[in-house]
Each structure stands twice: as structure tokens, then as C-alpha cells.
Design a protein around this ligand. Structure first.
Ligand SMILES: [Zn+2]
Length: 145
């Protein structure tokens, strides 16, 4: 019996030591987690701040966009009636990408599609317009400013 206890004693010490070592490791890891938590809470604060700024910018731009939309609406009313259905159709496709383009020589300034010099003359001299057969934009005289 005594012999057995003598044998087990060092083993127990060994286990105790290993438990202490593990507890040390747990403490180190917990410290690391705390540091990470502080770090991430800092990041999340920063994200919240940026979000606030973005919200403010969005709110401001929304107001400006609405103002511009109203101006556009007013300008659309001024477009001659015979021109409007065609303009609306082209605007659907090129709303933010120059629905109207000028002639460059005898070519569409946007896609470079050539038209006949007779057609170019009509556009330039009698201020007519044409739908470009290349890109579908409205081509107007290059003498319009
Ligand atoms: Zn074109």
C-alpha cells in the first residue's frame, strides 16, 4: 500500500503541474481575447461613426437629387411635344449617358456611325434631328450650343 502511494505521488505532482500550466495558458488566452474584444469594439465604434457620416451624406444627396429631379421634370415639360416621345424613348436607354449627341463632321459624336452628307446637311442647316442608326441616340446639329 505504501509503495503504491509512493509511486502515485510523483504522478500526482506531474498532473498538478500540468494543470497549473494549462491554467496559465487559459489566462494568457483570456488576456488575448480581452485585447481583441477591445480592438473590435474600437472598430465597431469606428464603423458606427462612418455609418453616421454616410447617412448624413445620403440624406443631403437625397435632397439634392430630389431638387435636380424636379428641375429635370420642369425641363422635360419644355421639350416640344412632337419631339418628346422620341426623347423619352432614347432617355430610357441613355438616361445618364448623353441621350442627345452632336454631329462630328458627318458622324455621330458618340459612336462614330457615319450618315450621308445630305442627311448631315439637313441636320446642320435646318436644325432637324435624326436617331443614330449606330447607337440610337438623337443626333442634333453641331451648331447648337
Ligand atoms: Zn451613334
Amino acid at each position: 500500500m505504501n509503495k503504491e502511494i509512493e509511486n502515485l505521488s510523483p504522478r500526482q505532482e506531474e498532473i498538478e503541474e500540468s494543470v497549473l500550466e494549462k491554467l496559465d495558458q487559459v489566462e494568457t488566452i483570456e488576456e488575448g481575447i480581452k485585447v481583441d474584444e477591445e480592438y473590435f469594439s474600437g472598430i465597431s465604434d469606428t464603423i458606427a461613426e462612418i455609418q453616421e457620416e454616410v447617412d448624413a451624406i445620403e440624406a443631403k444627396n437625397k435632397g439634392e437629387i430630389e431638387k435636380l429631379e424636379k428641375q429635370i421634370e420642369a425641363l422635360l415639360i419644355e421639350i416640344p411635344n412632337d419631339f418628346k416621345p422620341m426623347y423619352d424613348k432614347v432617355r430610357e436607354k441613355y438616361r445618364f449617358n448623353s441621350p442627345i449627341t452632336k454631329l462630328t463632321g458627318t458622324a455621330c459624336a458618340k459612336c462614330r456611325m457615319q450618315i450621308s452628307s445630305a442627311e448631315a446637311g439637313e441636320i446642320n442647316n435646318s436644325f432637324q434631328h435624326r436617331i443614330c442608326s449606330g447607337c440610337g441616340r438623337i443626333i442634333i446639329s453641331n451648331q447648337v450650343s
